[in-house]
Ligand binder design. Structure first.
Ligand code: COA
Length: 261
């Protein structure tokens, strides 16, 4: 499918989704969010796609936030609540997708851009990237999960420091506090992200999805609930043909061939 605000390209078992409004630093307009929702549905349903990379067009930004030029059209608190819930639902869909999603953060990831990156499974950042939650400087607060996912990723003190000051941080500091998982030279970012996506795409599909779900669900509750969930997922993995194939291939000293069942 073609989108006005996104470019979706397939490469083998992976897909690259590029936010394509570079003149607005790829800000998330309502149209972009609709396109993103549809693109995620499209890629979720595509059996040929096993891993996804998100990035931003141009050299300056991953995504510089929600589109501020649309904010004054949110005329009431209730309209704003609906706006936040719609965005949260789309980011939740990314987080819950049974395929890994990698954010390749090639510049500014501010506000909704940082929130979008945090809903991805893994964040690779260019060494020139800048991340933050500057909403307070507009007199508002993060609405696409920023206060919640940031605190879970970096802890409550650091989340409050970032959200209350609104100050962006560089890639090295983001790595230090756990907001991103790897920092690479800007020129190598996309190749690194694609190589990682290809690597993840080649793994056992059911186990890959079960691991993602176990980590996500486990972080929602207590350790003992998480361990119970992990044991159940372990059982599901053990019932797959891929488990028989993976173990047999190891014992026979050969590469496994996954069926995804
Ligand atoms: N929404 C809408 N437009 C945005 C935007 C956003 N979140 N972020 C940047 N843009 C637009 C600018 O309005 C500008 O458009 P123009 O050329 O038509 O004037 C263009 O992108 C380039 O941005 P500009 O501000 O000129 O670049 P800069 O290098 O001086 O500053 C930023 C870069 C990222 C620091 C600055 O654009 C910024 O602070 N953006 C808003 C970040 C934010 O608050 N995000 C959270 C929103 S809730």
């Amino acid at each position: 499918m073609d989108y006005d605000t996104l470019i979706v390209e397939r490469e083998g078992a992976t897909a690259l989704v590029t936010f394509n409004r570079p003149k607005a630093l790829n800000a998330l307009s309502m149209a972009t969010m609709r396109d993103l929702d549809a693109a995620i549905d499209e890629l979720a349903a595509d059996p040929e796609v096993s891993a996804i990379v998100l990035t931003g067009a141009g050299e300056r930004a991953f995504v510089a936030g929600a589109d501020i030029s649309e904010f004054n059209s949110l005329q009431s608190g209730q309209v704003a609540v609906d706006y936040a819930l719609r965005g949260q639902a789309i980011l939740n869909k990314i987080e819950q997708l049974p395929k890994p999603v990698i954010a390749a953060i090639n510049g500014f990831a501010l506000g909704g851009g940082c929130e979008l990156a945090m809903a991805c499974d893994i964040r690779l950042a260019a060494d020139t990237a800048r991340l933050g939650q500057p909403e307070i400087n507009l007199g508002i607060i993060p609405g696409y999960g920023g206060t919640q996912r940031l605190a879970r990723l970096v802890g409550r003190g650091m989340a409050k420091l970032l959200c209350l000051t609104g100050d962006p941080i560089g890639a090295a500091e983001a790595l230090r506090i756990g907001l991103v998982d790897r920092v690479v030279p800007t020129a190598e970012l996309l190749d690194e992200a694609k190589a990682l996506a290809h690597k993840l795409a080649a793994k056992a599909p059911v186990a890959r999805a079960l691991i993602k779900q176990a980590i996500n669900v486990g972080l929602e509750g207590s350790l003992s609930e998480g361990l119970g969930f992990e044991a159940a997922q372990f059982g599901l993995a053990f019932n797959t043909e891929d488990r028989r194939e993976g173990v047999t291939a190891f014992l026979e000293k050969r590469q496994a061939t996954w069926k995804g069942q």
